[in-house]
Design a protein. Structure first.
Lengths: 236, 207, 236, 207
């Protein structure tokens, strides 16, 4: 059996090269794989394209990764961070690119990337500046815009519990983008609060089947971004 | 405003509330009615804020504030959540506005200022997918400019989507003929609303 | 609160009009809402368009519905039934229309119908007779065919457990097409082995959130098609 | 044939097996290797058939036969199941064939006869989405016609997709140059395979 268990977050991400496209799960701090992100900061890969709904908070996690200058381009729906000036400053200085995508289109593009759908039509953005330059097609009397599937070289994911085969379950609204990003990346790297023996998760309750997961690493007591920010932590 | 919006939402509706005044709708649900709240980050059956100290950083709403889950709630991932929105399954969405046109166009995501960092979130998805869009807003901006206009000058969130506007001065329907007064706030005159609206306003229908 | 509980399968389906498009869940007999189908036979609506992966077995359930002549058109991936001559005979006699759709395209079209995606591109069928007459587009060097979302007036669904709000869980591979059909129909009608009080299903385990369900009816001991066929039953 | 196919599948592969000979692959997994079986009706981690009397009509495979679920299994709906297939997540699919062309085209769903009822199931999805497609087949039809051909005369299931054919006579790779022998069955000559193949067959590479 192929071993998915990694010794540490460092081992889990150490082959991410410069120029990689990396999806990072989470919506705000909920479901954000902060330990994996911090390992990526230490690792130092640069010229990254990062796909996440936001641009991080404070000076930890995703905001810290952006702050080091490792990120060439952000693809996200809402880059206005609370408690974070990292992205706005780099953006205004022309030091980081931004592709702004509505949240639902972002989610659907990621799912499409994972499901082998290269492109689809959607009503979202029709008639707005975000549809400019895109193909519009009328179907059954309504206008739709063509959007393309998104995939990535790597996905950094946080879950509640994984078994040895990489079957995952999540906690409440920390689920968010994580399951679809697992599907859309060539190499999906997961930090789990708990790794259990195979067979311990009811097959009816699995949210991400192990086929979408390449590497798992246990992080029993993950940090909470808001707590780090309250404590004034700035990574690294 | 929030109370008036709540009074117009049918029992059993699936409702998505934007950030700000729209959130207050949940406090004014009429006796005997129940709404089921959807938050686009992946929860149907959202309950009120938890008692202080009980917050769970992994149980939040789209505004990233701590919430609770009511009995009968369900969690799902983002693509499934937006399938609810974009697939037309949410009955009512209540949003704030920068501008609403008499065609029902909505602008609420960007002033289009050259130094603004564009940030759209789920607004365009909600606008494109939800069956009924209610807007709550002050009738004019802080500097007194009309927010109900002939044509939005700010970048659009969506076209021909708003059904009704609840302002501090009046409730106004968007009809094929343009803005039509539904109801005035206490002490407000039709004349005053007309003056503060930058498009023709039709008087309320006799009924 | 809106009442979703129906008194009987008869009440649940009695407004289905002639000419309706009806999705019917199940893959073979697993997950097939046989009691609802039999109620639809008794109800007698005709000129129906039915969407299901197959065309039924023996002379019960979907095969029986086809056999009564109530079905004008089938949309399915695999109309060769085991133990059933009903569809082949009508088809060869020119008495029923057939739209053949690959199983994955069928599933994706139904999901698209439920998710507000009017059309999408897929590699499936490219270069085959099933792509004839359809738009082909090259994306990133590969050819894809354009397929349209599918939706329906009604869906007939079988699940294991529903609560009063219509949150559903399924049993094993009886899940199959049921969850996506719940999403794609204007009126989704569910037969559940058990209806429980709201709050009895863990929110993490819900497969179909109640927003996709309009009517629920308890059928505690549903028939099993294969057993009916073994017993020589022919409905009605 | 099934045993030879199983020997060529790497440890830990996610595998989808077609109906018939391909199903037998599961009986020949080499010592120390483990494959995870996917069945497109919504189960990953499919196990062997249950002991008689233990069949569950709600736990079946794509051939609608009773199966079991191994530890670590998961259930999912049809769109998620085909996302695995069409999204390129299944490593190997083993299918039967009516015809395979030297370009790697596969025909296995219809003879195209005018009275045939078309029935495609999931074959075209598997062909379009799975990374490696192995075909197991008798080398010729019951009436002695070649199944390995220059160009398929039957309606295609997919174009340029087959990697390798395992027949009763030989293992044959589909290469950019066409069919190339990999290995002969015991007692079979290269000459014999060439005669029963309706396209040029290149000899095995020296190695």
């Amino acid at each position: 059996m192929v071993e998915k268990n990694m010794k540490s977050v460092v081992n889990a991400i150490e082959d991410i090269p410069d120029g990689a496209t990396v999806m990072i799960g989470g919506f705000g701090e909920a479901g954000s794989p902060t330990e994996l992100i911090h390992a990526l900061i230490d690792h130092g890969a640069k010229d990254l394209t990062i796909i996440n709904n936001n641009t991080g908070n404070g000076e930890v996690g995703l905001a810290a990764l952006i702050g080091t200058g490792q990120v060439r381009k952000m693809i996200c729906s809402y880059p206005r961070s609370s408690h974070s000036k990292v992205f706005p400053e780099l953006y205004r200085a022309g030091k980081i690119e931004l592709e702004i995508v509505p949240q639902g289109t972002l989610a659907e593009r990621i799912r499409a990337g994972g499901a082998g759908i290269p492109a689809f039509y959607t009503a979202t953005t029709v008639g707005t500046p975000l549809a400019e330059g895109k193909e519009i097609r009328q179907i059954n009397g309504r206008d739709y815009v063509l959007e393309y599937g998104l995939s990535a070289d790597y996905a950094l994911i946080k879950c509640e519990t994984s078994d040895q085969m990489g079957n995952l379950i999540y906690n409440k609204t920390a689920r968010n983008f994580n399951p679809i990003m697992c599907m859309a990346a060539d190499v999906t790297i997961v930090q789990a609060r708990k790794i259990v023996q195979t067979g311990m998760i009811d097959p009816e309750h699995v949210i991400t089947p192990g086929i979408f997961v390449n590497r798992i690493v246990e992080v029993c007591e993950p940090v909470t971004e808001s707590r780090l920010i309250a404590e004034g932590v700035s990574y690294p | 405003m929030a109370e008036l919006v709540a009074a117009d939402i049918p029992d059993g509706s699936y409702v998505n509330l934007g950030i700000g005044i729209p959130e207050l709708v949940a406090k004014f649900v009429p006796e005997g009615r129940e709404f089921i709240y959807h938050t686009e980050n992946g929860l149907l059956g959202m309950g009120p804020a938890p008692t202080p100290g009980q917050e769970d950083p992994e149980l939040i709403n789209a505004g990233k504030k701590a919430v609770t889950a009511n009995p009968g709630a369900s969690y799902f991932h983002h693509a499934d959540s937006f399938a609810m929105i974009r697939g037309g399954h949410i009955d009512v969405c209540v949003l704030g506005a920068m501008q609403v046109s008499s065609d029902g166009d909505l602008a609420n995501w960007s002033t289009g200022a050259p130094d603004a960092i564009p940030a759209v979130g789920g607004a365009m998805d909600l606008i494109a997918g939800v069956k009924t869009i209610f807007v709550t807003t002050q009738h004019t901006t802080k500097t007194g400019l009309a927010k109900l206009v002939r044509k939005c000058s700010y970048p659009l969130t969506g076209q021909k989507v708003v059904s009704r506007v609840y302002s501090d001065l009046a409730i106004i329907d968007i009809t094929p003929e343009g803005f039509r007064l539904l109801k005035l706030a206490p002490g407000v005159t039709f004349q005053e609303v007309c003056e503060k609206t930058d498009a023709p306003l039709l008087p309320a229908n006799e009924s």
